[in-house]
Ligand binder design. Structure first.
Ligand code: DON
Length: 317
């Protein structure tokens, strides 16, 4: 494998060029204040080695990346039978905030990563658990006890999130959400407003890459079956209506957030987190996307790179 520090430098240089083509999220007023030129990344390998580049210490809100943690939490505490009686397992092909399909078919959100699906999952958790319980799990996965909610982003989102509010009431009307709507939304907006840096998220991503076990401690933090479900959904729905092209160009289960973060999991190799608040039209970090594409090519991280097959061939010949 090429030297990771060298590849990180090259990837930063390569992906910076795309920042101009993107824009920060403005529909959450607090997110519009951020400098769109920032770019940074962190890696934690399954051997526990850590690498950093660029704005890796800058804190940003998880936004939709939190939807993966909420899904894991719900699957482990509430169970897949109940979760998947409320949300589907299919890519929607629509933007992350679309509610179009809630009116058609069976009225269920297509998957737990679009806003409608994640709000539904948040409702299931909020019905039985305190937000602090969920936050403690987030802190454990990220490996940092001081992680908190960004109160300004939370307030900003809660005051302006009328589309999410409409979806939640619509789903309450259809019996998909059974918990109180405001309680559900408070949980959802809070989980989206948890403030992290790429170092935190790469710790979490490394657990996803290492079969649910944290590399540095050797402790299992995610159940094996839950991990398979979560990563499969990340691979098919993690980048919303950009998931198909991302699968071809990058080839890793991933999840983006409108705060500019993306996590990606290279199976049995490393967890990666990138941050760049300039977004493409699908709401995915444009610099982060190109950064991951570069890394995937240079380090052979694509899930269909054929690396394992080549190793196996060498053994049998
Ligand atoms: O509900 C929202 O719109 C945001 N809190 C989360 C959306 C998001 O991060 C979409 N991801 N790229």
């Amino acid at each position: 494998m090429k030297n990771i520090d060298v590849v990180l430098k090259e990837a930063l240089e390569y992906s910076r060029k795309y920042i101009d083509k993107g824009n920060v999220a403005t529909y959450i007023p607090e997110l519009a204040k951020v400098d769109k030129n920032m770019l940074g990344a962190s890696i934690v390998t399954v051997e526990g080695k850590r690498y950093h580049i660029g704005d890796c210490q800058h804190e940003f809100t998880m936004q939709s990346i939190s939807k993966t943690i909420a899904l894991i939490y719900a699957l482990e505490h509430i169970g897949s039978k109940i979760v998947f009686s409320k949300v589907g397992m299919e890519p929607s092909g629509d933007p992350f905030n679309s509610m179009a399909k809630l009116e058609t078919k069976d009225k269920y959100p297509s998957n737990p990563f679009i806003n409608a699906g994640a709000i539904t999952v948040a409702g299931l958790i909020a019905d039985k658990y305190e937000f602090e319980d969920y936050l403690a799990f987030t802190r454990r996965l990220c490996g940092r006890d001081s992680i908190e909610v960004d109160e300004n982003v939370y307030k900003s989102e809660s005051e302006t999130g009328m589309l999410n509010r409409s979806m939640a009431f619509f789903m309450k009307n259809n019996g998909i959400i059974e918990t109180d709507v405001e309680k559900t939304l408070e949980f959802y907006f809070k989980m989206c407003s948890v403030k992290v840096n790429t170092d935190d998220l790469s710790n979490y991503a490394s657990i996803l890459s290492y079969g649910g076990v944290e590399p540095k401690s050797g402790i299992r933090l995610i159940d094996k079956e839950v991990l398979i479900v979560t990563k499969s959904l990340m691979a098919t729905c993690g980048m919303y209506d950009g998931s198909g092209e991302f699968a071809i160009r990058v080839g890793m289960p991933a999840k983006s957030g409108v705060g500019g973060g993306i996590i990606a999991s290279a199976e049995n190799k490393m967890g990666i987190s990138v941050f760049g608040p300039a977004l493409d039209v699908q709401g995915n970090s444009i610099g982060g996307y190109h950064f991951l594409e570069y890394l995937s090519k240079e380090l052979g991280l694509h899930y269909f790179s054929g690396e394992l097959a080549q190793k196996y061939r060498k053994k049998v010949i």
